[in-house]
Design a protein around this ligand. Sequence first.
Ligand code: FE2
Length: 500
Amino acid sequence: MAADHRLGFRPVREEIRETLPTEGDVPEWLSGTLLRNGPGTWNAGRQPLTHWFDGFAMIRRFRFRDGEIEYANRFLDSEAYAHAREHGELGYREFATDPPTGLLGRLRRLRSTEFTDNACVDVCRIGDRYLATTESPLVTEIDPDSLETRGRYAFGDVTDTTTVHPQYDFDERELVGYGTRFGGGSTGGYTLFRVPDGSEDASIVGEIESDPPGYVHSFALTPRYVVLTEPPFVPNRLALVTGSSVIDGYEWRPERGTRFHVVDRQSGKTVTRHRVPPFFTFHHVNAFERGEDGRTKVVVDLIAYEDASVIEALRLRRLVTASPSLPTGELRRFSIPLDDSRDGDAVESATIYPGHVELPMIDYAHRNTREYRYVYGVGNRKRPPEDFQNQLVKIDVREREAETWSEERTYPGEPVFVPSLDRDEESESRNGDGNGNGTEDDGVLLSVVLDAEAERSFLLVIDADTMTERARAWCPHPLPFGFHGQFYAEGQERPTRSMS
Ligand SMILES: [Fe+2]
């Protein structure tokens, strides 16, 4: 095996729980649990899985206590994984790989409610319950200590798929999310829901009709509005029959443009829709309302791709080449007027940072839904990328400048921002408009980094203000590349972040 990113697509077998050897100083105030999700293996017996997003879920946990870091990893005990181990092939349709059945089987699945429970994308907490999630209504509860699988959880069980990026509103104290309805006799679209603190049940906020609905992976939230960004990547019924998987049933239809649906969070009514030239996105960064020229605009920052070819680019056969060619996702800002106009020209757009950035992160607890200054993410040293994600990047959206962290032959994952507990809360509120706040980047980033040469991963702790290393803790093995995670601070009710 070459000493490069391909090690991040090699399955792990062992499940471990141990205190990690650590270099440097872990901040004393850093106390809590980083829970992360991602594939642990792409092995389904004799059937090869074909996409990074298909892998069987393995939870990783890093617990920070008294300057020490304890690591644990454990596979999610899903029916999908159990079926694959028992039968040597898939039993459920994954993101880009289908169970090996013929045309009749595919026709049956058009009406099937048998979603995969391979929840390999993110984690979420509702009340005291910790959940593993994927783009399926089937959510799985896990024990955050032992990482054992506890069973199904019926969260958002109102649609065909549920977003893996619900958002938590710290002012309203509620979780907001959406699911996608594919129609099947009724009109397709999206169902917005909320889960107030103290409740475990989702209540419906409103419906957005869009038939067929697009592939929508995340959304934007402001104090008053939900913004759903709908790329023209839509299901094609015929392709679902003749094609082979969930995502192969989608097609890029640029003539539809990309649509912004702006919905009032109280009434559930769509306030305005705008159509702009087509682009694709997985991840929103942040959004806020701003008064300009006597009009209210909703500003939405997201990671934009020219088209949906990024999904093909993340197939395993393309990723396990020496220099995978990946499309560039750039940080773009859209300013959407709330006038009832469908004229896309009214929407202004600007590129904030032209290099590649993904898995974006902000100081979510203090800045989500507000004006803000810093975005963190994984990136690439070149545009277009000639390698897998090989640096961390911090973008100053006000000054349009960037700082990076990188090391040869290392491949960092999503950097989770944890605000410093030493923050001056008075200064925080005084400077809370995002225009010159000196404390927004007072905290650390936690990123699982693959060191291909050392053939191990390490948990990197870096100062968010200087983008320099504070500490690294060595895992006993190389970890497959994962997706998303949350940090749950000791003694605090909410995660430091709930989306992106
Ligand atoms: Fe995501």
